[in-house]
Write a protein that binds this ligand. Structure first.
Ligand code: MG
Length: 250
């Protein structure tokens, strides 16, 4: 493709008889907010996901960097499989969580750094995040601090995200989660379709492209995905179309 940023086309309509659908949450199903706890979850979202999961014979999973309990709260009306913490924990898949040693000590260090520097600290069930959206000039310093922390806590590794740096369990990844999920029912044998907005999604978008399916990049930025939609509102409209629903009305 000649465009340096890859995909510009909108994705085709979902094929509910053939596709297995994997959806990121923040920035994909809901708009990014100034703080991770300030997102607005549209009222219809869980109902649309449930209806779509039914059409897909259950082959729909949420795959997010968020902690699982937060996903369960935000999508309380959706009872399908969910993968949280970048693949380190899940619901409905009978996989044991990845729980490295030193979580509490690591979280204390990151919380201390955040308090010193005026950053937003985000505790996660299996890691922690430092958000520098309010102090973008501290990006390099924050990333360097996280890199040093990962050396002291070898069970964790650095994950860069939008205006944030995270420490997540080493070995957890969204593409790894896709590889595991697509080996099992009801996902096995279906065409993997992944949608996500962030650098953390790129390996999963590339994985779907490499395994007979496709990726949908949400928003701007370079991507391995073949298709692109502008924002979560367009993603929600695309999902709603697949269940024969009306235009999204909030
Ligand atoms: Mg996201």
């Amino acid at each position: 493709m000649s465009d340096p940023f890859g995909a510009e086309e909108a994705p085709p309509a979902l094929d509910t008889a053939q596709d297995a659908l994997f959806l990121d949450f923040d920035g994909c199903l809901v708009e990014i907010a100034p703080r991770p706890d300030a997102i607005i979850v549209p009222e219809r979202l869980s109902a649309v996901l449930c209806a779509l999961a039914e059409r897909l014979d259950g082959a729909l999973a949420i795959v997010s960097g968020r902690s699982l309990p937060e996903l369960e709260t935000y999508l309380s009306g959706f009872d399908g499989p969910m993968v949280g913490s970048h693949g380190a924990e899940s619901r409905g898949l009978e996989e044991p969580p990845l729980r490295p040693e030193g979580l509490a000590a690591l979280q204390a260090e990151l919380a201390g750094f955040a308090a010193d520097k005026g950053l937003l600290y985000e505790p996660k069930s299996l890691g922690a995040g430092l958000h520098y959206r309010a102090r973008p000039e501290l990006q390099a310093e924050t990333e360097a601090f996280a890199t040093r922390a990962a050396r002291r806590f070898p069970g964790f590794e650095v994950q860069l995200a939008k205006m944030a740096v995270e420490l997540r369990p080493r070995g957890a990844s969204k593409d790894g989660a896709l590889a595991r999920l697509t080996r099992r029912a009801p996902f096995a044998g279906r065409r993997p379709v992944y949608a996500g907005d962030d650098v953390t999604d790129e390996p999963a978008l590339a994985w779907a492209e490499a395994h007979g399916g496709y990726g949908v990049k949400v928003g701007a930025g370079a991507t391995a995905a073949r298709f692109r939609l502008a924002d979560p509102a367009e993603i929600r409209a695309w999902l709603t179309t697949a269940i024969g629903g009306d235009a999204w009305d909030g």
